[in-house]
Ligand binder design. Structure first.
Ligand code: AR6
Length: 169
């Protein structure tokens, strides 16, 4: 697992993950950036899927992106932490990785799901992301690299701190 700072639409990986909403028809934030960079065919394919519940994931082609695939997952809206937000966020990571593995993807880039419009606290989200991905990778040697692509220094620092928390020694 590594941390990078920048725009996930530029990532040269097998799959990038999109922090989508339940309609899968696009929005702002990273979702808007991915749809703009991939081109209109992405939305056409998303339309045929018919939505995605919170915590689950769906896969489409990447079209004009450098990534071959886009894995769309729907993070929880933060509402204080008492509505299963932590578990739903962990499910997003697990289900995204499982879909990537099914499609033979060995490198996956994640944005910081739910920490923008959906207001999930960054440090808590970073810890859940890193712990959940570490747990999955322990049983999935086919996935060689996971990159957390952070938008800005504050996010990158949160992910670096979370990674240090699980690095032995
Ligand atoms: N590359 C990497 N990270 C980015 C980029 C980018 N190009 N753009 C923003 N981020 P958000 P959410 C970061 O709001 O909270 C959409 O409208 C951003 O700084 O994109 O899961 C959807 O359609 C933040 O840390 O996703 C949904 O309606 C993180 O990505 C809703 O927003 C996630 O912020 C989903 O909200």
């Amino acid at each position: 697992m590594t941390v990078a700072e920048g725009d996930i639409t530029k990532s040269q990986v097998g799959a990038i993950v999109n922090a989508a909403n339940t309609t899968l028809l696009g929005g702002g934030g990273v979702d808007g950036a991915i749809h703009r960079a991939a081109g209109p065919e992405l939305k056409e394919e998303c339309r045929t899927i018919g939505g995605c519940p919170t915590g689950e994931a769906r896969i489409t082609k990447g079209y004009r992106l450098p990534a071959k695939w886009v894995i769309h997952t729907v993070g929880p809206v933060w509402s204080g932490g008492g509505r299963g937000e932590d578990g739903l966020l962990a499910s997003c990571y697990r289900n995204s990785l499982a879909l990537g593995r099914e499609h033979g993807v060995s490198t996956i880039a994640f944005p910081s799901i739910s920490t923008g419009a959906y207001r999930f606290p960054m440090d808590r989200a970073a810890r859940i992301a890193v712990e959940t991905v570490a747990g999955f990778l322990a049983g999935a040697p086919e996935i060689e690299q996971v990159i957390f692509v952070c938008f800005g220094e504050a996010a990158a620092n949160a992910y670096r701190a979370a990674l240090e928390g699980i690095t032995p020694g």
